[in-house]
Ligand binder design. Structure first.
Ligand code: FAD
Length: 457
């Protein structure tokens, strides 16, 4: 019999439970990716992720060809395209990974109904996109954990499923037709420093990280200029690397850095289990605090300055420009720019999340929306009213100013930490730098936020 493997956020051949299950039981399989019109219509997959996806599909095809197979790519309505492939291959079952979003759940339901009407079956595999399946560990009185530390404890005790090797061979029927593949060359507006996508690039990056980076992660992960995090996030988002495999690989290192790295991978699972249980949290506050965010002309001008990296706070501007240039931003940058927008400027987190989601090559519904809410204090943070001071953050995480000088060349002439406070220069010296004055006074921003949240020091 013949099986179809529907790839979604799992664009790899290693450690792929649906592919292994399909290959082991069938005479032939059809590896399939559908460029889903409904996702394109949402309009939030910016060109950076489209380009990375194009790399991933080309590489997945290459890797399947090494195993004797190939990847069929279709575009259009997901259910219609799967049914068309199922019919043309005369397949009797479809295997795919479980998703976490509301859309992913609806997609599974529609697909199951359509296949069953035809007497065929859908198999949905858990713990493909995450290391531990959402819902596999829960507290006694709820369907998900709302606090990270107890989740981390239970997640660690639960253990992560064993890693599966890639299948030895993949036999694909000849006559199943593919639509054209997307290609990077067709895309406009890409960030110039975009990384390369695909399982091969992901595995090379992972190997290099194990060799050169992971053991120093604890000391270096917050050093903005050092850029010493793994940069594996786009590969985790597209599933060109398996989170379960990374957890096992890191645990074999037995270093403090590796332990802290696994903890970050657990944050990813944590946000995925929150979203799976509370699909509305992608669009609405996880915990509402009754915020009445600023709107109107002056708010719009602040939003534009924030997006353009022209707020007059050098470390905020550096991080926002890194995002535009690379389609990626350091985690410390994400934290401090999100705090600046939602607390210092008191602007709705959704506006920030949308801007990130358009540009980030790792832009991910669970991680982006829930981290934004964590930073805005409408999510799972247990200290929702803390405000990060961008000057202190700059001095602490970019102590000699290298990160700011890298991304804000207008200030390259300023030495050391002085780059974090250009307004302190004598007037004549200040005039030499073509760089904006701060758009907001920090203590005023703080007072506004505290008034809005209804408390004072
Ligand atoms: P590393 O430090 O090497 O961490 C390894 C992996 O752990 C990451 O690749 C990621 O998969 C996971 N991870 C690390 N921190 C977090 C976290 N806080 N939440 C969830 N997973 C985490 N991450 C995304 O993958 N996509 C997003 O759209 C996204 N949006 C964010 C928005 C805001 C406002 C904030 C504060 C954080 C966001 N993050 C997002 C989390 C984090 O910033 C990135 O995962 C990280 O910077 C990616 O770089 P890295 O791979 O070098 O991370």
């Amino acid at each position: 019999h013949i099986s179809v493997v529907l790839f979604t956020s799992d664009l790899r051949v290693h450690d792929h439970p649906p592919l292994r299950a399909a290959v082991s039981g069938a005479d032939a399989v059809v590896p399939l990716f559908v460029r889903d019109r409904a996702i394109a219509d949402l309009g939030d997959a910016g060109p950076n992720r489209e380009a990375f996806l194009a790399d991933c599909l080309a590489d997945l095809d290459r890797r399947l060809r090494e195993l004797g197979g190939r990847l069929v790519v279709r575009a259009g309505d997901l259910v219609e395209q799967v049914l068309s492939v199922v019919e043309s291959a005369d397949a009797d079952e479809v295997h795919m990974a479980a998703g976490v979003s509301r859309y992913a759940h609806a997609r599974e339901r529609r697909l199951r109904e359509a296949l069953e009407r035809d007497g065929r079956r859908l198999y949905v595999h858990d713990a493909v996109v995450t290391a531990v399946a959402p819902g596999a560990v829960t507290p006694a009185n709820s369907d998900h954990f709302a606090v990270f530390t107890p989740y981390f404890r239970r997640w660690t005790a639960e253990g992560v499923r064993a890693v599966l090797a890639a299948p030895r061979t993949v036999r694909v029927p000849d006559h199943v037709r593919s639509h054209p593949y997307p290609s990077r060359e067709d895309m406009d507006g890409l960030s110039p420093g975009l990384p390369e996508g695909g399982e091969s690039a992901g595995r090379a990056l992972w190997k290099a990280w194990l060799r050169d980076g992971i053991d120093q992660y604890t000391e270096n992960h917050d050093d903005l200029a050092g850029d010493a995090t793994s940069r594996l996030s786009p590969h985790l988002h597209f599933g060109t690397l398996s989170c379960a495999e990374l957890v096992h690989g890191a645990r074999r290192r037995a270093s403090g850095g590796a332990e802290d790295f696994v903890r970050q991978l657990c944050w990813r699972d944590f946000h995925h289990q929150v979203l799976a249980a509370r699909p509305r949290a992608a669009a609405a506050d996880y915990r509402t605090r009754g915020d009445r965010w600023r709107t109107g002309r002056s708010a719009d001008a602040d939003i534009r300055a924030w997006q353009d990296g022209a707020t007059g706070y050098p470390v905020v501007d550096a991080a926002m420009r890194q995002l535009r240039h690379e389609g990626w931003m350091h985690n410390r940058g994400r934290l401090l720019t999100a705090s600046f927008l939602t607390k210092t400027l008191y602007i709705d987190w959704r506006i920030g999340a949308r801007h990130f989601q358009r540009l980030l090559v790792d832009g991910d519904l669970a991680n982006n929306q829930l981290n934004w809410q964590w930073a805005a204090g409408t999510g799972t943070d247990s200290r929702p009213n803390r405000v990060l001071n961008p000057v202190l953050q700059g001095k602490r995480y970019d102590p000699d100013g290298t990160y700011v000088r890298r991304w804000v060349p207008e200030l390259a002439g300023l030495r050391g930490a002085a780059v974090h406070e250009p307004w302190k220069l004598p007037k004549a010296a200040r005039a030499e730098y073509d760089y904006p004055q701060p758009i907001v006074d920090l203590s005023e921003g703080l007072r506004r936020f505290r008034r809005a949240r209804g408390f004072f020091e």
